[in-house]
Write a protein that binds this ligand. Sequence first.
Ligand code: RB5
Length: 143
Amino acid sequence: MIALASDHGGYGLKQEIKKHLEERGLEYKDYGCYSEESCDYPDFAHKAAHAVAQGECECGILICGTGIGISIAANKVPGIRAALCHDCFSAAATKEHNNANMLAMGARVIGPGLALKIVDTFLDTPFSNDERHVRRIGKIEEI
Ligand code: RB5
């Protein structure tokens, strides 16, 4: 199960991502928002981040205008490693190296074509499980 969340700035791209996940046969849960009416991204970031941190969802995708605010908010939840990615190299690297459990993107930064490729890269790239990366992620949890 993939947790989704956005604010009004990311609502349109989130709808495109939902369609894409359905075409891939992947299940998701949308933690809001549910329209383009102005709202506060931390409210939805926290709901989706808690779902991932508590194991209700394996990973999550977060969208706001820039991807910045919603990733900052999600990263306040213990156990969350939300990575802001606007290219496929970063999306692959953050899975391989950081075992990121949430992807954040900005709908005002990139178009839907690239965003969907980033989503696929993030979902399809496994964690390397290399000892050095496991050790570094462990140190993040100690902070
Ligand atoms: C909303 O206008 C905008 O501030 C928000 O979507 C996001 O970009 C914040 O980081």
